[in-house]
Design a protein around this ligand. Structure first.
Ligand code: HEC
Length: 128
């Protein structure tokens, strides 16, 4: 009796950890869905290529702001961003809305897309 519940427990742990690993690797490599989510939610302002728009919307492409705060991309998406900030030497001061309806998974997809495609921060993500 005891032995079989230990075996069941081990099987459970194995299945569970396989699921976690699977979810994580999907999240980190699924740039296609990151692209779609980015286009739908962000490209209006930041443009499809991430270059930003005039002095209104800052660039996400090769942004020194992102390079200095790579972990903030996630929270900027979830909570928005306002107040004066400097990106690549230019000052921006408009409010970006919070994306409260996106799931954490969707936020991750977009953040990975922005970090990898626009800022070549693959190595940073691999270390995680
Ligand atoms: C309505 C226009 C608008 C939309 C849509 C928008 N943003 Fe922004 N975003 C801004 C503005 C304006 C700022 C600068 C805010 C400030 O001045 O503090 C900004 C700043 C940022 C920054 C930090 C500055 C930089 O350029 O590195 C990041 C990262 C960012 N946005 C990512 C996103 C992502 C990802 C999405 C989609 C989920 C998105 N934004 C959607 C307007 C927008």
């Amino acid at each position: 009796m005891k032995k079989s519940s230990i075996i069941l427990f081990i099987i459970f742990v194995l299945i569970f950890s396989a699921c976690i690993e699977n979810q994580f690797s999907n999240a980190s490599v699924n740039l296609a869905s990151g692209y779609q989510l980015y286009e739908r939610n962000c490209s209006n302002c930041h443009q499809k290529d991430g270059s930003g728009f005039a002095r209104l919307y800052p660039p996400l492409l090769n942004s020194d702001y992102i390079l200095n705060n790579p972990n903030m991309v996630d929270s900027i998406i979830k909570h928005g961003q306002k107040g004066s900030i400097k990106v690549n030497g230019v000052e921006y001061n408009l409010a970006m809305p919070a994306y409260t309806k996106l799931s954490q998974h969707e936020v991750n997809q977009i953040a990975y897309y922005v970090l990898i495609k626009f800022n070549k921060l693959d190595s940073l993500l691999m270390e995680k």
